[in-house]
Structures are given as structure tokens and as C-alpha cells.
Design a protein around this ligand. Sequence first.
Ligand SMILES: *Cc1c(COP(=O)(O)O)cnc(C)c1O
Length: 341
Amino acid sequence: MEINLISDTVTKPTPGMLDAMMSAEVGDDVFKTDATVNAFEEKVAEMFNMEAALFFPSGTMANQTAIKIHTQPGEQLICDKYAHIFNYEGGGVSFNSGVSCKLIDGKKGTFTASQVKEAINPPDFYHSPLTTLVCIENTANKGGGTCWDFEEIKKIKIICNNNNLGFHLDGARLWNALIAKNETPQQYGEIFDTISVCFSKGLGCPVGSVLMGSRQMMNKALRVRKVLGGGMRQSGYLAAAGIYAIYNNIERLKEDHIKAKEISDVLKSLYFIENVEPVETNIIIFNLKKEINENDFMNELKKNNIYIISMGQGKLRIVTHYDYTGEMHERFLEFLENLKL
Ligand SMILES: *Cc1c(COP(=O)(O)O)cnc(C)c1O
């Protein structure tokens, strides 16, 4: 039995999801005539109470498109030093939009409204790049699946309004935050100009992300998606998986959160673990004691068909997900408890 805890992206569609995909009514989405994609986009927009939504092949493309429609070349956006858009999208912010990032030294991937205020370049000081966008990430991936405090988000929104800045949410794992904090999609839809959400992570779809915003913004996004090569044809087969996930796979995220908490409790009790960051959702980040060789630890896991990922600087990451079953969970906890290094 392989236990793959590298990411929640490794999930494969369940028989129920595959059935929904196989029986999807499809058309050609580049001509906007795929009924299932249209229904999916309408459904997601309605959930967040936003005007329009657009289906994307990846979260990266959805974020990059959002950044493109909010900015002009030479401008600057504000994000955390851990942000996915800065660290893990291949330099797309500069490649696609000619924009630079002002990095905030936040706390586990989150920051405060006053830090945003300090990071804004004075708009009439033409020597520095013009600040035009703030991007936040909820949950914060590299922060360890951290959930934002919604009150702080509201304060940042006021700063954005007062300084003419767009406000984008990278909500790849927003679903996890909604479940963990008992929040609603509508409260996020009210605040942000644009929101991206992933369906291929905790929700278990094979492919796909959605970007939301005003009708006008999504019309611009449609053009950018085309330029980036993200127009897909019979993508209703993929959208059908997304619709299925909305109805079947959101509530169950709490099971992933419980398992993550249980793994963190066991890790904390082990003599070779230095530190486990507080677990809020489905991501566990931890460090080994200095005298323990990381490769020895990883090899021991591999030998037992268990896979996790290193985030660099001694940080190791475990992510729980739909395909990580109760049986695997028991085996993994037992393995950890008996591990000698
Ligand atoms: C996974 C992820 C994305 C998008 O990644 P893709 O692999 O392009 O779908 C964006 N932001 C965060 C925080 C992520 O974890």
C-alpha cells in the first residue's frame, strides 16, 4: 500500500466523480457553447455571489490572469514572502505582467493591514514602481495551511479602497479555510475583486481552477486566458468533476483536518522531531532535530512506501487528502510511533 502525503493534488477521481464526468453534456467552450462548463461557472459565481466566473486548466493560470488584468507593466503588487504567486509560479508575475512584488515579512504566510499600508509606494513619487494590487493566499500553503483572520482581511480591504489597489485572493485551498473557520464563500465574494479557487486539490478533481470577479473583469480574463493558451474545447468533462465536487466533497474536508491534527499530535511526541507548526487545516509542517539526517528519515519513509515532501531549510511537509484513507492513516501513525532513527 503506497501512502502518498506529498500533496492533496495526488487524488484520483472516485467512481462517482468519473460517472459524472462520463455522462457530461459537452460542447466547445472556446465558443462558450459547452453547457456543463457554463453551468459550472455560473454555479461557482453564484456560490460566492460574484458576477462571473471562468474555468481554467490550472490555479497558476487563474492567478496569473488575475494579476494581468489588475496591473500594467512596471507596476508593483504586494504579497507575503511565502506567496505561491511569488515562489511557485515560475516567475510568471514578471514574465506575464512585467510586474514586481513587494514582499511582506508576514507571520506564517499572513500579514496585517498596517504592514500593507507601509508597503505601498507613494503614488506621486514617480521614481518607485506604482503599487496597484494586493494579493493574499488563504489558506497559506508555505505557512502550513494557515487560515487568515477575516477581520484583518476586512481591514486590508479598507486600505485597498483608500489607495486605489485591486485585491486578489489566491484561494487554491480556500475550501479548507471555509470548513476550518466555519466561514461562507459569500463573505469572501463581498470583499475581493478577484478570487481563484482550485478543484484539483482537496476537492479531488483531476484538473481545474476557477477565477471569479465582475463581468467586466472576467471579459478581460477571457482574452488573457486565450493569450496564455488556456482555451479548452470539450472541457465539460472536467467541469462535471467540479460540479460533482461542490455537492459531494466540500464537507468531507474536515476529515482531512482531523487526520492532520492526529498526525501532528503523534509527531510532537517523537524524540527526533524538533518542532511541529500548529495545524489548522490539512497541512503539517515540521522540522527534525538537528542531529537527525533528513535523507535518512526520508529514505526510511520511502522504504515503507510512504512519501512526503521537503520544503527546504529543513522544513518537511505532509498533506492529508481524499485518497489518504483511514487504513493508511492507522498504518502511518503506527509506523511513526515505532520509527527508530
Ligand atoms: C496549488 C496552488 C496554486 C495553483 O497551482 P496549480 O498547480 O497551478 O493548480 C496556487 N496557489 C496556491 C497557494 C497553491 O497551493
